[in-house]
Write a protein that binds this ligand. Sequence first.
Ligand code: R1P
Ligand code: URA
Length: 236
Amino acid sequence: MSVHIGAKENEIAERILLPGDPLRAKFIAENFLEDAVCYNEVRGMYGFTGTYKGQRVSVQGTGMGVPTISIYAHELLESYGVKTLVRVGTCGAFHEDVKVRDLVLAMTSHTDSAVNRIRFNGLDFAPAADFGLLKSAYEAAESAGMPVHVGSVFTSDTFYRDDEGATAALLTKYGTLAVEMETTALYTLAAKHKARALSILTVSDHLVTGEETTAEERQTTFRQMIEVALDTVIQY
Ligand SMILES: O=P(O)(O)O[C@H]1O[C@H](CO)[C@@H](O)[C@H]1O
Ligand SMILES: O=c1cc[nH]c(=O)[nH]1
């Protein structure tokens, strides 16, 4: 057991999917994994281990934001020896080429979180995706016929901003694709532990055009993203 995860040693697979929403973890376990067993209910942050195409895979909710994903990623890496971590999340699109329901693969992430400045004594660390995972996910998305974009995202500590789109406009000018709230922490902690990480995100809304998805559309795209993530993770 670790502080926030109630699993015993060996109950968590070396490969894991990480949705922000714990109920999404339950949905993935019930709909995509075989013989899934729940290993964590601490704080309602569900975690399950099962198999996908014969390979052992876990899925763990992380909560929203850098502090909460940092806790779960740290404990998974440090206490359970997890080696391959794939975030399956949602994001808000910035870039005009990115549409709602498209897939975004985060090659790197900018952030307004101070965690890495604190960690690196003021230096600006550049968190990066694992190239193998990124390549495999891109190929899986293309072969599934999904619109997919690869580039930088913005990991923000703030969901509700007061700047009337100024940050989004500036980051878009510099090619940023979308905003979400966890990738910087995931990539940094994976680097620290010599593990692989990737964030695969579906676009839930467009922050410039105001376009949104219906619940039904979100569900379909979400299913496709999970298949891409699982087909990617079992290769490692
Ligand atoms: O859908 P998830 O994985 O939670 O990701 C996005 O959604 C949450 C905000 O609604 C943040 O966690 C953001 O990163
Ligand atoms: O606008 C959005 C949508 C999803 N996730 C975010 O962090 N922001």
